[in-house]
Design a protein around this ligand. Structure first.
Ligand code: SF4
Length: 358
């Protein structure tokens, strides 16, 4: 387990063994207050715990004031190139800023940003990406070495200015490079680490890439907050992040579906049933604001008697399919037979009862 120091981002503390926090980034034009606010609200409902907003100009930086009044999760301002936007964002109420120090211009400008963050007592993420490492490191061949050298140089520079509310990220599009870079930095620093595979692509391949990269590191006890970067709606990023954490038993969603892949023995439209069930469960999480669970309600939906009763018996709610019917199990006990057309409705009823009483 990589022991990190706690860093407070608004109401959320990361590091020091706190739960790995889920974050995402808005994809609206951040100068458009209305659509940005609406997107953050949707992400809040899905359990997003920290939201990052890119700040390309002064209007976007100005909008931070209004956003802060209307959202409930910490806001991170993401700034490139212009130190004045970073200072403006800090002064307008950002709970943290993310910069790639190498593109801010000069150490004098960087120091102004660090001092502004120090004055407001907020953290800075040194966010290094494989696509924008300092040109001065071009002679170094190994991407991992470039990441580490760059991160250490900035950590020391910040410390020389008496700033220690630092969070680090070293994101590459290559999973193996990302993993080795984070492993190496975790041996050197105790600042919390923000994990991600940058520009990982669309859902599907990008989900697999992110899950493997982030998952391997988390499984080694490395990482304090995660963002899954997908070419998709940010809702997909939050959903995937929680799924990664649930698979590793680090965080819990309200539910886990165990379902068989189906084969010729399956006599129901199991694929459609499970799709509908998952979509209905997701709606419930959003609408009922079900976010915090010690453990998920496990739901098994199985196609036939080969593995059906065995799996259905060992979960909270289980259905073992037959021909035009299914046997419902509740915490190991067979309860009743129900037709496939009513499986989703019945499972949701039982889920609601368990959720209210657990
Ligand atoms: Fe096939 Fe039955 Fe196994 Fe599902 S549980 S994959 S239907 S054998």
């Amino acid at each position: 387990m990589h022991k990190t120091k706690p860093v407070k981002i608004g109401s959320v503390t990361i590091g020091n063994g706190n739960p790995v926090a889920v974050q995402s980034m808005t994809k609206t034009d951040s100068r458009d207050l209305k659509s940005t606010l609406a997107q953050i609200r949707r992400l809040e409902e899905l359990g997003c715990e920290i939201i990052r907003v890119s700040i390309p100009d002064t209007l976007a930086a100005e909008n931070i004031k209004s956003l802060k009044k209307q959202i409930h999760i910490p806001l991170v301002a993401d700034i490139h190139y212009d130190y004045r936007l970073a200072v403006q964002s800090i002064n307008n109420g950002a709970d943290k800023i993310r910069i790639n120090p190498g593109n801010i211009g000069s150490n004098e400008k960087l120091k102004l940003v660090v001092n502004a963050a120090k004055n407001r007592n907020i953290p800075i993420r040194i966010g290094l990406n494989s696509g924008s490492l300092p040109k001065s490191l071009n002679s170094i061949k190994s991407q991992e070495t470039k990441f580490i050298k760059s991160a250490i140089d900035y950590i020391r520079l910040f410390e020389s200015w008496d700033f220690d509310k630092t969070v680090i990220s070293l994101k590459s599009t290559d999973v193996n490079t990302t993993i080795s870079a984070y492993r190496a930095i975790s041996k050197i620093t105790r600042y919390p680490l923000h994990l991600g595979i940058t520009e990982s692509g669309p859902p599907g391949y990008g989900t697999v890439k992110s899950s493997i990269g982030i998952g391997i590191l988390l499984n080694e006890g490395i990482g304090d907050t995660i963002r899954v970067s997908l070419t998709s709606e940010p809702e997909e990023e939050v959903k995937t992040a929680y799924q990664i954490l649930q698979v590793l038993n680090l965080r819990s969603l309200p539910y886990e579906i165990i379902s068989c892949p189906t084969c010729s023995r399956c006599k129901t439209q199991l694929v459609d049933i499970v799709k509908k069930l998952e979509s209905e469960l997701q709606k419930r999480i959003a609408v009922k604001k079900i976010k915090k669970y010690n453990k998920p309600v496990k739901i098994a939906v199985m196609g036939c008697v080969v593995n059906g009763p065995g799996e259905a018996k060992h979960v909270d709610i289980g259905i073992a399919g037959g021909t035009n019917t299914g046997l419902l199990f509740m915490r190991g006990k067979p309860i009743k037979k129900i037709p496939p057309s009513r499986w989703v409705e019945e499972i949701l009823n039982q889920f609601d009862k368990l959720v209210c009483h657990t």
